[in-house]
Design a binder for this molecule. Sequence first.
Ligand code: ADP
Ligand code: AMP
Length: 214
Amino acid sequence: MKIIMLGAPGAGKGTQAKKIAEKYKIPHISTGDIFRANIKEGTELGKKAKTYMDQGLLVPDELVVDLVVDRVKQDDCTNGYVLDGFPRTIPQAESLDAALEKIGEKIDYAINVEVPDENIVRRMSGRRACLGCGATYHIEHIPPKTEGICDTCGKELVLRDDDKPETVTKRLNVYHEQTQPLIDYYTDKKVLAEVDGTKDMAEVFSDIVKILGE
Ligand code: ADP
Ligand code: AMP
């Protein structure tokens, strides 16, 4: 099962992608997580990506496409995968489709997690990310057991630099301009499914399972 998660930044793509990966036993591939790991390790890719991420801009297509195309060809992806945060532009989607076509594969589902803009800024300002394992929480909706500490690995939870309100507004504009057109793209490919991302986390997941099957 090859799945793409679509939706605005903060819509809950990562939260749901982790649950999908666990239930269907497929890898969760988050380009944002890959960039953040590279930034932490101080790689060349990380240094380049950070300059864009800090401004709320997309990293250029050429820095992300090959990385994902190589990743989905790895052995653990034979039974499928859930892509979170990729594609984010029409050229990225076209490159992915072309690469998959070459190996006789295609995307099965593009799940759009719908959340209106007015809810997004609140979601993002409450998001806390673990510096150690990348787990995400929300200070009101999905709080950790101990404030500021990751339930899973015990490391510190932080507000991501790009989740500050001024950057979130910028990221939302970028989303509407460059990523939202993918909804029509995947509708045309007859693989688009929509879920209401304003429901609570468990309800959104149960709606997704109805689409993907038990
Ligand atoms: P994305 O991957 O789309 O950027 P996340 O999955 O990181 O979004 O979710 C953004 C924030 O909203 C996080 O703090 C997360 O804990 C919280 N969140 C996710 N799903 C829900 C939900 N259904 N209801 C309320 N808060 C949610
Ligand atoms: P995310 O964790 O998905 O919210 O991504 C954080 C940031 O990483 C984005 O705001 C972009 O700057 C960058 N990024 C992640 N995925 C992509 C992508 N597919 N294309 C371009 N930039 C990306």
